[in-house]
Design a protein around this ligand. Structure first.
Ligand code: IMP
Ligand code: MG
Length: 207
């Protein structure tokens, strides 16, 4: 006969098995891993050192674009030993599943107060350039002292808007990637690495 502690242990093991199973299913959707956790962290050490050197003796104002920058923002900012202020902007630019539109919608009504400040915009990925161009234009209306852009990933492609990033984690080919904050239809953000999503998943009508 199994006692209560045994039953709890069995239940916990079953939950653990099904959770691991679901995580493995999600991993099967990845065609190949581009950057694993240690590679990302090593690169963040380098970018953080560069930012800290460039902004020494100044107070930085970081404006992070949600939601894709969550992991990147928290790992990068903890490596920057400078006084800084942080604000987040939430924007929507996807009007299909993977195509960014030129119509970038801001979810906040007011522009962050960045007058006279050294602003560093953080975004997960530079693709067409629509999002960063719109965010930059919006912040410029608040008259900051300077604006620079830092992205975790930059796709090698012709951009729709002329935007450059001052700090780039990794340059990648024009492929759809997920993980470490990046999503496809809000999924895969919690993968601890960045990988290319299997092409056939991008074409499925309903997910
Ligand atoms: P852009 O406006 O086309 O430069 O795209 C910027 C936004 O589109 C990013 O902040 C991402 O949220 C999203 N995005 C672009 N490419 C990818 C990708 O390969 N994977 C996941 N999200 C992407
Ligand atoms: Mg996204």
């Amino acid at each position: 006969m199994t006692n209560l502690t045994d039953k709890c242990r069995i239940r916990r093991a079953l939950i653990c098995m099904s959770v691991n199973g679901l995580f493995r299913l999600m991993q099967r959707d990845i065609e190949r891993v581009l950057f694993d956790g240690p590679a990302i962290h090593k690169r963040l050490d380098e970018i953080a050192a560069q930012i800290a050197a460039d902004y020494r003796d100044r107070e930085l104002t970081v404006i992070a674009i949600l939601t894709g920058t969550l992991m990147f923002m928290s790992d990068l900012l903890r490596r920057i030993p400078l006084p800084l202020k942080l604000d987040c902007l939430s924007v929507a630019s996807y009007h299909g599943k993977t195509q960014t539109s030129s119509e970038v919608t801001f979810k906040q009504l007011s522009v962050p107060d960045v007058a006279g400040r050294d602003v560093l915009i953080l975004d997960d990925i530079l693709d067409t350039g629509h999002t960063l161009a719109a965010v930059r234009e919006k912040l410029e209306t608040a008259k900051p002292l300077s604006i620079r852009v830092c992205v975790l990933l930059s796709k090698r492609k012709q951009r729709a808007r002329d935007v450059n990033a001052d700090y780039i984690g990794f340059e990648i080919e024009d492929e759809f990637v997920v993980g470490y904050g990046l999503d496809f239809m809000e999924r895969y953000r919690n993968l601890p690495y960045i990988g290319v999503l299997r092409k056939e998943l991008l074409e499925q009508p309903n997910q």
